[in-house]
Design a protein around this ligand. Structure first.
Ligand SMILES: *Cc1c(COP(=O)(O)O)cnc(C)c1O
Length: 238
């Protein structure tokens, strides 16, 4: 077994344990393997171990890797291809390759980006599945819509063609304290409930990374985004 396939097994077991502990159905928690900084060969190893969803943060790196993985897998018959998720910050001049190459985008934080993705999404590719990235209180990062502007953004995105609004995503400030981690994730879960109360149809909470996955599952995560626990330590600054 490759180290990546062993790591995947460990992560699946950790998801199952957290689900059991917090009374969640483990089948409602999807694993997104974050492959940023890792090569196409490593993605293929994870794919061979059964992993299908992969997350990328950088546009050029992502589209190069998507093409490489496609060619590495082209000899495999009847294969279920990888599903690519874009999870990084989005500049408005980079929306087209995202709209053309990814199935999901987790990091929409303003109307202009959503509108461009909607206009640039090839109809034949089907709806782009999207989440809104929220800057939950106390976060110093500049990414993410503020909670007081979230409803307006959600209403805008929900009516755009070629996009399907699925839910919310956050990247809280790192903390080793599980209570602090849970507090941040709870805010995102409450914002999802708030939007649902306003009639917005969503089903996804993209939250939890290698260091805070359990807290995210405790608070209702439906997609955990896991990089280093699957692929190992990253070797350049991100
Ligand atoms: C890098 C990254 C992850 C994965 O982080 P790990 O700590 O390696 O699990 C998840 N989400 C986003 C947005 C990231 O940039």
């Amino acid at each position: 077994m490759s180290p990546i396939s062993q790591n995947l097994q460990v992560v699946h077991e950790a998801i199952a344990l957290s689900a059991l502990r917090y009374d969640r159905n483990p089948t409602e928690i999807a694993l997104l393997a974050v492959s940023k900084t890792f090569g196409a060969e490593q993605v293929v190893q994870a794919w061979q171990a059964g992993q299908r969803a992969f997350g990328e943060n950088y546009v050029q790196e992502g589209i190069d890797k998507i093409a490489e993985v496609r060619s590495l897998l082209s000899s495999q018959e009847n294969t279920e291809p990888p599903v690519w998720h874009f999870i990084g910050p989005i500049q408005s001049n980079k929306t087209r390759p995202i709209a053309e190459n990814f199935s999901w985008v987790h990091s929409i934080d303003r109307e202009k980006i959503a509108t461009r993705l909607s206009e640039q999404r090839p109809v034949a590719a089907g709806d782009l599945q999207v989440c809104l990235q929220v800057n939950i209180s106390g976060e110093t990062s500049k990414s993410g819509v503020h909670s007081n502007e979230l409803l307006a953004l959600a209403k805008h995105v929900a009516q755009l063609p070629n996009l399907c609004l699925r839910g919310l995503m956050c990247v809280p400030e790192a903390s080793e304290d599980e209570a602090v981690q849970r507090q941040a994730f709870r805010q995102l879960a409450q914002l999802k409930q708030y939007l649902q109360n306003q009639g917005i149809v969503i089903d996804t909470l993209s939250m939890g990374m290698s260091a805070d996955m359990q807290a995210a599952i405790a608070e209702g995560s439906t997609i955990v985004r896991i990089g280093s626990a699957i692929f190992g330590k990253r070797h350049y600054a991100v």
